[in-house]
Design a protein around this ligand. Sequence first.
Ligand code: 13P
Length: 307
Amino acid sequence: MKIKPFGTSEIILQAWKKGIVVPGFNIPYLPMMEPVVRALRDTGTFGLIMVARLEWIKFKSGSMKSIRDEYEKQKDLRFTRLHLDHVPVIDEDNLLTDFETIISEAIGLGYDSVMIDGSRLSLEDNIKSTRKITALAHSAGIPVEAELGAVMGHESGPLPPYEELFATGKGFTSLEEALKFVKETQTDWLSVAIGNVHGAISTAARTEKKIEARLAIPHLEKINNTLHIPLVLHGGTGIAKEYLMQSFKQGIAKINIATAIRQPYEKLMNSSVKAAQDAVYNEMLDIIRKQLEIAGSANRIFDDSNI
Ligand code: 13P
């Protein structure tokens, strides 16, 4: 695999080895990017700027190109890289997407890493789709995130009762499947389902407060001890802190956060974009300093590493 200098691949590997989590922040509205980057810079924290397909279809991020252009204006390579989040093969409305075209376009636009989400497919079809993308991305020298298991919440309609979901482990990433999946796809990072759920994005439910999720840490520990690759936690908003802290010691090297910064922005965006941006900045400081305790992580990730 050709590697770009200071590539996201090495950065996430270093973070993973050191037990430091890298947060990825979703940008459903372009003006959110400025306060996100500013907060990372002001606190010396390393993070990813992300956009998912649903954010240019159901929200106002515009397109992969408009996000890339805004990123070029805001970026600070000491603290940021650009990641393409969820490109589903079957989307949250059960429709097939042109995932290969979208991901090729992102690679052409200069995205530093990409996600292919085949989690609504059978294991074999997920492997097939993911393999196409790892071949594509690795020949361009960038890493791939894939998903196995069901991280629910993006679909319209109510979630199954959370307590039932957690108790039964329904949809959790299977250890045996994960081993086969990683071996056959050569994905660089794996997004796992261990009790985490996404914040709702349907127009009816997107302003609701998200439930406090928990994580099946013993199950994560088994996955981590088996796979030995960086793991990703989606649905990063509102997970009980004691679970989060344990997960970072058990292979979670990247955490995705959308709802926590989107909702404060949406509350104020129609009255004042500046006030909405300030609300994002303040929430970012809280996430970095208090919720994840990763202020100053850039130095720790880059220190005494060869990147
Ligand atoms: P939350 O909206 O729950 O923070 O999840 C974000 C996410 O996982 C995006 O991929």
